[in-house]
Structures are given as structure tokens and as C-alpha cells.
Design a protein. Sequence first.
Length: 78
Amino acid sequence: MRKLLIADCNEDYRAALVAALSSQYHVLCCKSGTEALTLLYQEHPDILVLDLMLPELDGLTLLERIAANGICPMVLAA
């Protein structure tokens, strides 16, 4: 099963996406940029749903860091 990481600080949004997508993906969730970075390095998800305004580490910086380390999931950013 493909892995999908939802990195968003809005708990209701994360819960709605998990409910909608968990039958088709192994869904991982986090609420900060630093948590997302850790999960990206550990889990190597296929898809990243990314809030660009994450606390602790913003989405653009997160994308720069993972790209520099060869991690390139499909990204849906908002």
C-alpha cells in the first residue's frame, strides 16, 4: 500500500483526509514542519499533502531540505 503523509496544523482537516483516504493509502499525519521532516526521512512516503504555513519549519524550507537529500514525493501544497 502506498504511503501518504499529511502535514497540516489543522486537526479537523487532517481527520477529514484520513477518513477519506485511509482505505487506499497508509496515511501518516503530523502537525509541524519538524515532525514532517522526521517522518519524511523515516518513512519515505510516496505522496505529501503539505500546508506551506506549518509551525516550526515552513513548507517551502521543508521541500528544499528533502530535495537536497534526494527525497522527492509527489507533493500537493496549499
